[in-house]
Design a protein around this ligand. Structure first.
Ligand code: BG6
Ligand code: MG
Length: 235
């Protein structure tokens, strides 16, 4: 990896545990519409925009919905989600995040958020990290959602850095693909940790030390080590 000057973090599933809140909000909507929806289905919504998530939920619907109905359903789901977000507090920050942010800050590394969520501002406020990042690019700033690279390219631009100087941290397949399409190395965590396009992998951020992250070393003692994988052929 080139010398890394910034880390761009995905928000949901990387910085904060909102997965269950998204699931409960989609589940409530799906039940009202008598559409089957499981936690496994919910995995497919990771990193994907609200409207694209709705399209996935509706794959199992018994009828076709008009565009107007879809807009209202997405708003309804967001209302349910925001009700649940009102309970969000700093204890929802995932293990290892605060110490990693602190270490990166001390090492002079810039930090940004690159999220598909249009609720990113409220979430950062609720978990007490509103001022923790040098740039926040979210679903309100982009035209194309992950796996399109737009969100990460905009975050790199906002930091004044080239893609090769930014490392992305992602928990979603769509996000890993977006980072690679942006020309950025990516640490894949959680359910994306086995993704073949990942540059580095770790079960979660509490397994990652700053030095490991910035050096991209190949082997680290467990449990504090991101394990790097060989670059994909041709890349
Ligand atoms: C992503 C989540 O961060 O944001 C997705 O991983 C979600 O599951 C997307 O659909 C959009 O979120 P929001 O808050 O704009 O509905
Ligand atoms: Mg995510």
């Amino acid at each position: 990896m080139k010398s890394i000057k910034a880390v761009i973090f995905d928000l949901d599933g990387v910085i904060v545990s909102t997965d269950d809140l998204h699931f409960r909000a989609w589940k409530r909507l799906a039940e009202e519409e008598a559409i089957p929806f499981t936690r496994e289905d919910n995995e497919r919504l990771r990193g994907v925009s609200r409207m694209e998530s709705l399209a996935i939920v509706l794959e199992r619907a018994a009828r076709v919905y008009t565009d107007d109905e879809k807009m209202r359903m997405a708003e309804r789901k967001n209302g349910y989600y925001r009700e649940l977000l009102s309970t969000l507090a700093p204890d929802a920050v995932l293990p290892g995040v605060l110490s990693l942010l602190d270490e990166l800050r001390k090492a002079g590394i810039k930090m940004a958020i690159g999220s598909s969520s249009r609720n990113a501002g409220s979430i950062l406020q609720a978990i007490g990290l509103k001022d923790a990042f040098d740039a926040v690019v979210d679903g309100t700033h982009i035209a194309q959602s992950k796996p399109d690279p737009e969100v990460f390219l905009r975050a790199g631009d906002a930091l004044g850095l080239s893609p090769g100087e930014c490392l992305v941290v992602e928990d979603a397949e769509a996000g890993v693909l977006a980072a690679r399409a942006a020309g950025m190395p990516v640490l894949a965590v959680g359910s994306a940790a086995n993704h073949p396009d990942a540059t580095l992998r770790a079960p979660a951020l509490d397994h990652v030390g700053t030095k490991d992250l910035l050096s991209g070393r190949t082997q680290h003692p467990r449990p504090r080590g991101a394990t790097s994988v060989p670059p994909a052929s041709g890349g």
